[in-house]
Design a protein around this ligand. Structure first.
Ligand SMILES: NC(=O)c1ccc[n+]([C@@H]2O[C@H](COP(=O)([O-])OP(=O)(O)OC[C@H]3O[C@@H](n4cnc5c(N)ncnc54)[C@H](OP(=O)(O)O)[C@@H]3O)[C@@H](O)[C@H]2O)c1
Length: 344
């Protein structure tokens, strides 16, 4: 059976999924961005999908190519009532009302979008059946692994994650002798950061990832309870980028001092998200230079999982933790898993 789905969001990740779709057994019933889109309960023909993708890549809004605004939303809500399928949310918006409607109508839901999962715990519980592999570590099968461990009666004691390729890259550069502020400029030049690097350095996205992991373990925590040590003040987001970068120079000496201190103890510094029954913490940690967390290459993500059965020799997962292709791999794990439950 072809998997019927609606794609909510058509940015970098959504476009990668559309591109991949040509070689997969997926039937697109709708493709929407923030301006509107195309909804067709009979399935959008492949030729039309390719046209939508290439026009979107040229910068044309889907609202101009299909039905604009509210009209597209109403068509989508009607489709949710008429058919069954999967709603794949690759927006970066708070889509909870949409997701709840889809679930109530018997649809499966797949997310790359973290925002719906970091609202109140009660909302997370309402979303317990959704697939969200792509939200943490992109295509690394981390959520699948955690659920399999828990499902087999194991107990997860501690997760340590180098879950930001950008921050991993920055600290590896500082370790090589680069000044922190220069390393941020280099990461920007390589396209590793958000348009405003304060976004990456605030650690906010890592707090969300840590919370999603903790909730996966059944810990009823809220975002405000995550202990977060930002690498730069979140207030920096309000500054023009160049002013923000200039300001970072004030941190060069302090970071160098912390790194030298770690080196004297035979260790190095990495930005680590830690999840345990004690809660979620994210910040700079001194780690063994030979540990998997220190050895991550480039923008690789690494996750070390200590459980009752994997004790002393923890389970280690590593791979590209961001990027449209890797995120798409995570989405497809959930899409084909949930497709098997459709119509049951
Ligand atoms: N990129 C990665 O490597 C990566 C990795 C893991 C997870 N993620 C997550 O995946 C999601 C998508 O990432 P991305 O890089 O593709 O972001 P993006 O390029 O900014 O694309 C976001 C898309 O969502 C659309 N959108 C926003 N609000 C919407 C709404 N209310 N209804 C329908 N569409 C809406 C946007 O519409 P317009 O085109 O009209 O602006 C855009 O097409 C994000 O939540 C991100 O955190 C990304």
């Amino acid at each position: 059976m072809r998997v019927p789905l609606v794609l909510l969001g058509c940015g970098r990740v959504g476009q990668a999924l559309l591109e991949e779709a040509a070689s997969l057994d997926l039937q697109f019933l709708g493709v929407l961005d923030s301006t509107g889109g195309v909804v067709d309960g009979g399935g959008i023909p492949q030729g039309r999908l390719s046209q939508l993708l290439s026009r979107k890549r040229e910068g044309v809004a889907l609202g101009e190519l299909g039905v604009p605004g509210e009209g597209a939303t109403s068509a989508l809500l009607a489709l949710l009532r008429e058919r069954r399928g999967l709603l794949v949310d690759v927006t970066a918006a708070d889509t909870r009302p949409f997701l709840f409607s889809a679930l109530e109508a018997g649809w499966g839901v797949v997310l790359a979008n973290k925002l719906p999962l970091v609202g109140p715990w009660e909302d997370f519980r309402r979303l317990s059946s959704v697939g969200y592999e792509a939200t943490v570590g992109a295509g690394i099968p981390l959520i699948t692994t955690l659920k399999a461990l828990l499902g087999s009666g194991d107990e997860v004691h501690l997760i340590q994650g180098g879950l930001s390729g950008t921050l991993g890259f920055l600290l590896a550069e500082v370790e090589r002798g680069e000044a922190f502020s220069q390393a941020v400029r280099r990461a920007m030049a390589r396209g590793y950061t958000e348009p405003h690097p304060a976004e990456d350095l605030s650690g906010a996205d890592l707090a969300r990832k840590g919370l999603i992991l903790a909730r996966t373990l059944g810990l009823p925590l809220e975002l405000e309870e995550v202990e977060l040590e930002p690498l730069a003040s979140p207030a920096g987001r309000g500054l023009p980028v160049e002013g923000f970068l200039q300001g970072l120079r004030a941190q060069d000496a302090e970071l160098r001092r912390r790194l030298e201190g770690a080196k004297r103890r035979g260790l190095t510094l990495r930005y680590v998200v830690e999840v345990s029954s004690a809660g979620v913490r994210a910040g700079l940690r001194e780690v063994d230079r030979k540990s998997p967390l220190a050895r991550a290459q480039g923008v690789e993500n690494v996750v070390v999982i200590n459980t009752r059965r994997f004790k002393g020799h923890p389970l280690v997962l590593a791979g590209p933790g961001a990027g449209p292709a890797s995120t798409c791999a995570g989405l497809l794990l959930d899409i084909f898993r949930l497709a098997r439950t459709l119509g049951r």
